[in-house]
Design a protein around this ligand. Sequence first.
Ligand code: SF4
Ligand code: SF4
Length: 245
Amino acid sequence: MVDVGEEEVLLRVHRSGSGWKLGRLVPYRVPWREGMTVLDGLVHVQENQEPGLAFRRNCGAGRCGSCGAEVDGRPVLTCSTRLPRGGDVTVEPMRTFPVIRDLVVDLSGQWVTAGRVPLFEAVDDGDDFWRIPREDVSDVAEFRRCIECFLCQDVCHVLREHGQDFVGPRFVTLLASLDMHPRDAGDRSGFSAESGLELCNVTRCCQETCPEEIRITDEAIIPEKERLISRKDPVARLLKRVLGR
Ligand code: SF4
Ligand code: SF4
């Protein structure tokens, strides 16, 4: 039990590496100030108490997606999460990914998956000047708000349980952003078929976690599931051709 004063906050931070084979929570008392975020608290610890504390950060304004962690078990951006006055807060790394040290996780597998998604291929209709109605790009524009924080990947229980069998919500969103682009002619059916999309049971945890409020499940996962089923099912494919949708 560590006492914490009114004008302080207690950060219990996951530490690992430096010869500690298993991670452990180390308590740090930090002076509290109005508007302080979890990231501010971590920076204070690093600058004043523990220079070796490892965590990622960049913009500090919720735009770069680099400071994701689990605060009291919830995946969040630490720069956008306030510290309560006199509070007692636990900060741990995103547990879906292997931990390199302290709060830093290994995201290299995510970039490998990103590289497997077939790129955008422009429709070849001789028209160099693209006129696209606003309503045709509204979903795609929403998907492009993604800051690649990977909090949706962290919260997804399928990824936690099945690991490599499912590419995860971030990459289904990327897939949808390309498939739904009105000027795209690319064929991503192979990637989709091998994505493990059928494992997702539409719990919407990813959607509720996304700091950019992207409707991951409703606007990306469900349409991509429908696309996958209609590709596999000849009757559905025929109906789609007859009904034109
Ligand atoms: S909706 Fe699907 S992808 Fe999103 S968290 Fe749930 S199982 Fe994972
Ligand atoms: S979809 Fe949302 S939660 Fe997932 S990586 Fe992008 S911004 Fe982060």
